[in-house]
Design a protein around this ligand. Structure first.
Ligand SMILES: Cc1ncc(COP(=O)(O)O)c(C=O)c1O
Length: 406
């Protein structure tokens, strides 16, 4: 038989789920930055060294032959350290034997959690703009996201806000969960206690879960403080808290994160996680246990260092003509680009990476609707002074090129 004449045409073989989302724009921008030798202010990974102690702990763990599979839901020293730190910083007591699942980054923790609790037809409330993974995460787990707008500050000194009535209207009998990211990427918003309580009340009213991504918990400015949803009265039993080593300890390539949830939910997350990845890297989990025990001085210094980087970035972005939304947490600045007269955010981001030599993320990658974020781009500032200076120098040409005074 000649297969070329008798076989049916090759079909696409791509699942309808995979057809429904595109590759990550953030990761694509990193590849473009490398291609054009641009300064990468797109993807949120530090280009400075990770703390010596955590690196040494990883090296020692490998030398001590902690090189085989850890327990699938996480090495005991790391789970114990996570429980102790959560109790110490947020006053939430958890049982490391039954309520903590260590995953390959908070990215896996989020998708494992969603796969563990969502059914097709369920709805998930998500604030928009949102960290781009949440859209595909919802699709992969068969649920429908319901977006609620975060509105940019109208004036300097104000923060991103949401309309309480719009949030309330997003909840209904199909709502299974809300995904909350605080401190927030990309807006830099840190949700206040009052806002969290309003979300809590809706979760209780509609019997919904809160799935909270708290990966930037220690990166805070201007007196903002981080509140874990699980610490609010009535939420301990209906919250999945997601966190990880990536941002707090500058080890985004290690891929260690975790989900904290009540035992029944953790049982389901552990099953999903086991069959997705079996486990996170064993020696790096060991090093994570050491890192979580760092003294308060470590977190204080990190905050001071990030504050200096944020203020530096606000200065040079403002001087270059960007209207900056001042972040109260995390390490990103969302900006309004309307002064540049660009057709849209994607065209402008392409122009910046190709012609100016600075990579950013187009605003639309954080929105669900066409047109959302069309006059916004996001910068990250988790970079060395040298990198920030190179970006500042390159962006400094913009006002003259676009015919306005900075
Ligand atoms: C809000 C948010 N969640 C999760 C992640 C990914 O974290 P991890 O490296 O732990 O997978 C990021 C990375 O940029 C993020 O911004």
């Amino acid at each position: 038989m000649n297969p070329s004449t008798s076989a049916p045409a090759i079909r696409s073989f791509v699942s309808s789920k995979a057809e429904r989302f595109t590759e990550s724009v953030i990761r694509e921008m990193t590849r473009l930055a490398m291609k054009h030798k641009a300064v990468n202010l797109a993807q949120g990974f530090p280009d400075f060294a990770a703390p010596e102690e955590i690196k040494r702990a990883a090296q020692e763990a490998i030398a001590k032959d902690i090189n085989q599979y850890a327990i699938t839901w996480g090495a005991k020293p790391l789970r114990d350290a996570i429980a102790q730190k959560f109790a110490r910083t947020q006053g939430v007591e958890t049982d490391p034997e039954r309520e903590i699942t260590v995953c390959c980054g908070s990215t896996e923790a989020m998708i494992a959690a969603l796969l563990a609790v969502l059914n097709p037809g369920d709805e998930v409330v998500v604030f928009e703009p949102f960290y781009e993974n949440y859209g595909p995460d919802a699709i992969l787990s068969g649920a429908t996201p319901r977006f609620v707008s975060l509105r940019p500050p109208a004036a300097a000194g104000e923060t991103w806000t949401f309309d309480r009535a719009e949030l309330a209207a997003a909840f209904n009998t199909r709502t299974r969960a809300i995904i909350l990211n605080t401190p927030n990427n990309p807006t830099g918003k840190v949700f206040t206690r009052e806002e969290m309580e309003a979300i809590r009340d809706l979760c209780v009213q509609w019997n919904a879960l809160a799935i909270t991504d708290e990966i930037y918990e220690h990166i805070l400015y201007d007196g903002a403080s981080h509140i874990s949803m699980a610490s609010l009265e009535g939420m301990r039993e209906r919250t999945i808290t997601i966190n990880g080593l990536s941002k707090t300890y500058s080890v985004t390539g290690w891929r260690v994160g975790w989900a904290i949830a009540p035992p029944r939910i953790s049982d389901a997350i552990r099953k999903v996680h086991d069959f997705l990845t079996v486990g996170a890297a064993a020696p790096l989990q060991q090093a994570g246990a050491a890192a979580l025990g760092f003294p308060a001085a470590y977190y204080d210094k990190m905050k001071v260092d990030y504050l200096a980087r944020r203020d530096r970035a606000l200065d040079f972005l403002g001087a270059a003509g960007f209207i900056c939304y001042r972040p109260a947490g995390a390490y990103y600045i969302m900006t309004d680009i309307s002064r540049f007269g660009a057709a849209d955010d994607v065209a402008f981001a392409r122009y910046l990476v190709e012609k100016i030599g600075v990579a950013v993320v187009p605003g639309s990658s954080f929105y669900s609707q066409p047109g959302g974020g069309a006059q916004q781009v996001r910068f990250t500032f988790c970079k060395t002074e040298q990198t920030l200076r190179a970006a500042a120098d390159r962006l400094a040409v913009l006002p003259q090129m676009h015919g306005f005074k900075s």
